[in-house]
Design a protein around this ligand. Structure first.
Ligand code: AQP
Length: 335
């Protein structure tokens, strides 16, 4: 039976990229009636420095974002990673299965250390994909909905499962399938069409935050970088126009339609017409989420209770899998 696992780092406020690439998909999977486990990966977040009080708030805000976007904490399991100790425990075992060379080849590692002294990056940042493999395999998850940027990490998760099964001559960990779907699997920065939209980009104008108000959303789209050409007749005409393509993809994903349909509807129109239409659509879709987040954030104790309840249910699935893993590896389990 399929089991979905996915996570988001509470390393900042959720962005439109997180929403279209991940969160919106998470809700769809839940609503298809598949078993869904969603995690706020706070252990991943601290691979780069996080102020403790902000991390706590960002974790609650991300939980509020999930619920406001349609995750029902009764139907899905929603929790923060550090409350289930098995994630860190299994990650250690995977640190001993995975190879340094595998980690060094990850483009996220290369991107996040580009232009910096990699010697000064945390060991956790280097080993990040090993913890991510543990997140997924701790639940024997079969499918992982993610944005395009996580594809390589999921391939590494498969490599770890295969090597573990091979080294210990077992057929224990499943080989997980990435699920990369939708019109906006890679939302780009509004300031630079070659960079993905990211919650840690120093420029707030580069992203739409789920908590942005209507005026801010409209202003950010108005100022979004574009070329001066009108929209083409077909998507083929968006080739070599990354900024234009990005805005079309965002529109399509928000409207639950295809990029083809969007260019057909706006063919020949300039961005002076397209951007306000996009802003109106974004506000219509995102404002109710922002309002609901605000309401939920007024009761942090209730959010903590939901996360605690989710962690308990997650742990009930994880514990037997972790115990079996320790058995396979040869650890004495006498209590
Ligand atoms: N720009 C994006 N387009 C589509 N999907 C995206 N995701 C992130 N950015 C985009 C998807 O969101 C999920 C959670 O990602 P994450 O928070 O765990 O880490 P990330 O991919 O590193 O996201 P950020 O926003 O860029 O965070 P920082 O800046 O802290 O590194 C994943 O499924 C991801 O694909």
């Amino acid at each position: 039976t399929p089991r979905i696992f996915s996570g988001i780092q509470p390393s900042g406020g959720l962005t439109l990229g997180n929403y279209l690439g991940a969160l919106k998909r998470f809700v769809e999977k839940q609503d298809e009636g598949i078993e869904t486990i969603y995690c706020l990966v706070d252990l991943h977040a601290i691979t780069v420095w996080q102020d403790p009080e902000r991390l706590r708030n960002q974790t609650r805000e991300a939980a509020a974002g999930f619920i406001a976007a349609g995750i029902d904490p009764k139907r899905s399991i929603l929790f923060n990673q550090s409350q289930v100790p098995g994630h860190a425990q299994l990650a250690w075992i995977f640190n001993c299965v995975a190879r340094m060379g595998w980690m060094g080849r990850m483009t996220q590692w290369k991107d996040k250390t580009a232009g910096k002294d990699a010697e000064k990056a945390s060991l956790g940042l280097f080993a990040y994909p090993s913890l991510m493999a543990a997140d997924i395999l701790l639940y024997h998850a079969t499918h992982v909905p993610v944005g395009e940027d996580q594809k390589q990490h999921l391939e590494l998760t498969r490599d770890i499962a295969i090597k573990f099964n091979h080294d210990y001559k077992v057929d224990f960990f499943p080989v997980t399938e990435p699920v990369i779907e939708g019109a906006a699997t890679r939302v780009m920065s509004l300031r630079d069409g070659s960079k993905k939209m990211s919650k840690s980009d120093p420029s707030d104008a580069s992203r739409i935050n789920l908590t942005d108000d209507a005026d801010t959303i409209a202003q950010k789209f108005r100022k979004a970088r574009t070329d001066a050409e009108p929209l083409p007749e077909t998507v083929a005409g968006l080739k070599d126009r990354p900024e234009a393509r990005n805005l079309v993809n965002i529109y399509a994903a928000l409207a639950d339609t295809s990029a083809e349909k969007v260019v057909a509807d706006f063919a020949g129109q300039g961005f002076g017409a397209f951007k306000p239409a996009l802003a109106d659509l974004a506000v219509a879709k995102l404002a109710p989420i922002a309002d609901e987040m605000k309401r939920l954030m007024a009761d942090p104790a209730e959010i903590d209770r939901i996360l605690g309840d989710g962690a308990e249910r997650a742990n009930a699935i994880a514990e037997p899998i972790l115990n079996r893993t320790y058995d396979i590896v040869g650890m004495i389990r006498s209590r």
